[in-house]
Design a protein around this ligand. Structure first.
Ligand SMILES: C[S@@+](CC[C@H](N)C(=O)[O-])C[C@H]1O[C@@H](n2cnc3c(N)ncnc32)[C@H](O)[C@@H]1O
Length: 285
């Protein structure tokens, strides 16, 4: 399984720049960033977590050479305080968040991508109850407008929500393909650089996984554990996340990246999924 870690050297360089030993990878995914941390600093210990148990299985395999300096947990990073207490940790040298979805999740069959027709699921953690099917088929029109507008920043949120409600009154919308068809009929524009369903899919994914709330809760919790001089490095993939991260760092930490770091042309060419990445870092005074 290949997931090319985004902004790998930049993220790990900033994180390890304080010469610490205990780092927390809050989104261990398939282990790309964690592996680089463990390679680059032979003294480092990594506590890793992810809400996707499948990703963790692969990470465990990818990181087997480092198992003495690694603890992995199936957890939502919003519960990072519980994880760290379980691990017996009170002082952390650095936290890394590489947000968004991994290749494992995108390649299916959980309905994260609109490239294929799959069941409407979109759960990063398959043990949670709420699915995209439930959002699409049982949220009220008003709730749909709110999430599509606020989480998708879709200017035609009302039209899309209305179309969804009309379509599902005839029969439940069961797959990504059916949803794309409904969205396509509701939106007045076609073509362009991004797929017309991109914003609506983003909105539903954020709702299903409660992505913005979890991020805010987790960032707030890092402060309790970060030692003085400790670092926070966050890679985000859309403006809503980036805004939360920027405000958090400005308010609580010393800003280490005046402007966000973005992938260079070479990285974007090799890994198009990296194109919207923004990295911000802060240090605890
Ligand atoms: C972009 S991938 C990380 C890739 C990883 N850095 C690597 O190099 O392989 C993002 C990961 O974050 C996880 N994730 C997203 N939100 C999470 C949350 N609230 N708690 C825990 N993990 C989360 C996803 O399941 C996914 O595996």
């Amino acid at each position: 399984m290949i997931h090319r870690p985004v902004l790998l050297e930049e993220a790990v360089g900033l994180l390890l720049g304080n010469g610490g030993k205990l780092y927390v990878d809050c989104t261990v995914g398939l282990g790309g960033h964690a592996k680089r941390i463990l390679e680059a600093n032979p003294e480092a210990f990594v506590v890793g977590m992810d809400r996707d148990p499948k990703a963790l299985e692969i990470a465990e395999e990818n990181l087997r050479d480092y198992k003495d300096r690694l603890s992995l947990y199936h957890a939502n990073f919003a519960d990072l305080d519980e994880v760290l207490r379980m691990e017996g940790v009170s002082q952390v040298d650095g936290f890394l968040f590489d947000l968004g979805v991994s290749m494992l999740q995108l390649k299916g069959p959980r309905g994260f991508s609109f490239q294929r027709d799959e069941p409407l699921d979109m759960r990063m953690d398959p043990t949670q109850r709420l699915t995209a099917y439930e959002v699409v088929n049982s949220y009220t029109e008003k709730e749909l407008v709110r999430i599509i507008r606020d989480y998708g920043e879709e200017p035609y949120a009302r039209r899309v929500a209305k179309a969804i409600v009309l379509a599902r009154s005839k029969k439940p919308i069961e797959t990504t393909g059916e949803l794309i068809e409904v969205i396509g009929l509701a939106l007045p524009y076609r073509g362009g650089r991004i797929h017309p369903a991109t914003r609506v899919f983003q909105a539903i994914r954020i709702e299903v996984n409660q992505e913005l709330d979890s991020l805010q809760v987790a960032l707030d919790k890092t402060l309790e554990f970060m030692r003085s001089g400790g670092r926070l490095v966050v890679i985000s993939f859309h403006s809503l996340e980036d805004r939360i991260v920027k405000n958090f760092i400005r308010k609580n930490l010393k800003v280490l990246t005046k402007k966000p770091i973005t992938p260079n042309m070479e990285e974007v060419r090799a890994n198009p999924a990296s194109r919207s990445a923004k990295l911000r870092a802060g240090g605890k005074p």
